[in-house]
Design a protein. Sequence first.
Length: 794
Amino acid sequence: MNKQSFSFSTVNLFLLYFLIPNTPVYAQITSDGTLSTQVNSSNNLDFIIKNGNRSGENLFHSFKEFSIPSGGSVTFVNDLGIKNIITRITGTSTSNIDGLLKTNGSANLFLINPNGIVFGKNASLNIGGSLFTTTASSLVFADGSQFSATNPQALPLLTVSVPVGLQFGQVAKPIQFESTNLQLSNGQTLAALGGDIAVKGSNLSVPGGRIQLGSVAPGSFVKLTPINQDWLLGYVAVSKFQDIKISERALIATSDVGAGAGAIELRGKQIAIANRSEVGSVTLGNIPGQPISLEASDTIEMSDFSILASVSFGTAAAGDINIKAKSLLLRQGIIDASTNNLGAGGNINIKANGIDLFGVIQTGSNSRQLNGGDAGKIDISTQKLVLNNGGRISTTTSGTGDAGDILINAGESVTATGVGIINKNSFSSGIFSETKVQGFAPLINGNGGDIIVNTPRLFLKDGASISVAAINGSNGKAGILDINSVDSLTVAGSSFDTDGKSIPSSLLAISQGAASAGDLRIRAGKLIINDGGIVSVSSNNFGKAGDLQITANRTLLDNQGKIAAETMSGFGNINLNSQTLILRRGSSITTNAKGENISGGDININTEILAAFENSDISANSVDFRGGNITINTQSILGTEFRTTTTPDSDITATGANSSLNGNVIINTPDIDPSSSLIELPDSFSDRSRLITQGCPAFQGNSFTIIGRGGLPNLPNDMIRSNQTATIDWVKLNPPQTTQPPKVPKHHPKLITPKQIVEANSWIVNQSGEVELVTLSFQNHVNNFVSSGSKCNN
């Protein structure tokens, strides 16, 4: 069996593009004379490399030029006790490898050329150990010594210690792979460390081994950590990176039947996988797969139906996929971790400041064997997550294993918009967990996974959706959908499929099978459902509908916005807690039911203000059996009322198949006595003519007023009562003085129109979704009175 072709023709993996200017192939290998390297060739096509300088288990060679012509070969002759063959190129030309590169035994081969390395289309490998290619300037050892290609030693002091790192000089030249058959032995490592790295239509394969591609900037130091007679590349000391591009149907694979899938690591500034390229591994045996890791200091982009995958076809688990970047862009790219056998699927872990998804991130379980493997989990941490034109994050099971869970943590927002179309099939952008029957149905279906979304702002627009579902008759339970949006949650609008059918934006928990639907839980600051958007739990088969729990500060349903729990098999309740709840323009909250002996679900609403206008209904009706129960606890209810049947107005109904099967509607509002704050007034009135006493003018306008019951002053000629007497001390008077009466200036009173308090006669909903009481129109009628003083002794 061709392990290489099986690994990814079966799974479809693909990657991206980078161009390095083509350099002519030089059929020339020459020693630089600094070491005892000997080059022999009888035809200037096939070369034998002998001698070199040995130090412990290391064998050193030094070349002025090192290129293999097309159809040629280079064979390193070495003792079987040699573990590392370390070669450097000290000249100024690129190494063009377009033939066979071969070593004896299991020795590793280091190829160091600071001028660049190109593996041509005809390049191939016959190396027992690992291959490390680099455009670093020197190899650094544990004792501090260096094997330098830019400063070669005439009589170098070679070390017996192990390599600890690769040091780059003032330049970091590129490495390019074009070969269609560059493969190492099982369990080995193929590493390329340089400036820009390009894998252009090439096939890099190490069954059960490791492929490491690192693109670093000049001056970098990359650590080498020994592991099982091999090395891991470490980038702790690297501050700047360069680009990796994989393109033109390139393949990077580490699949193996017996040893388990190997590891793949890509590290750079920008990592691009394009043109139907494939990167991944397939686990085929009973040894777990190793992880695939991509880390970029800037952007990771997948496009043109390229694939990044870790899949299990064996009894062991697939490896995880780990992605870390400043931004992740999927343009018709696929990230897949799934299982088709007893082994579990791999997990997908993504950390990126921004994720823009017009592609697919998915885990799945497709095994139809008893006790099939479970799908892996998807864990995404980001600031902004955007899904457009059919971009999807999904976990599914169509076998006996369970689907994985999906966890989304977005610090700023999650936005899903629109639908995608492939082969005339329409599908919504969004986040999905499904258990479904596909093809031959197993006796037992796995359960769907849960979805948890934590973000301040969540927007579902133009047909986008987040759902947990059991579909196509699956007998597995659907998962739970948990939405936490502390600022706002908007479900708005719809789109159309290729047949013109409307696809509404939605939050859904669905059962179309024998098992129960999951619950839908929403916690939001402001919940807006408008323009045909739907938030729903439902069942249209034997499975019971789940419950819908909503907790929000403000809730607005507008223009046919809908909250529903609809069932053909029972249950499906709505519990809604919101400070304000407003329904407008044909919006609805329903727990309607169909089916024999199927009651409508219950609706429990707790709100300070409930307002429903323009034929917006709250209903718990059952077509064939008993209506559900509706309980509303509110401070104020506007625009709607309980009715025994639906009308063109806004209704609250709980109708059954007949009037004897109607449900209960309870509306609790505060018991307020309108007379509790009134003040008792006297029932007798004083003679107004006795309230005015003619007095003589005084030189000073002083006054002494007593306000009694009802605000009326005592009469001047009333008798003084004991309870009205005040005790006043004697005051010593000064001698009388003759004075002229002061001139009192004439005072013309200004007419002051008081601000009129006007009763509200209507209401509006402001931009924040709040209700304001307003007066639409009024006329100001104010009577102003001016009284002149009475004359005395006239």
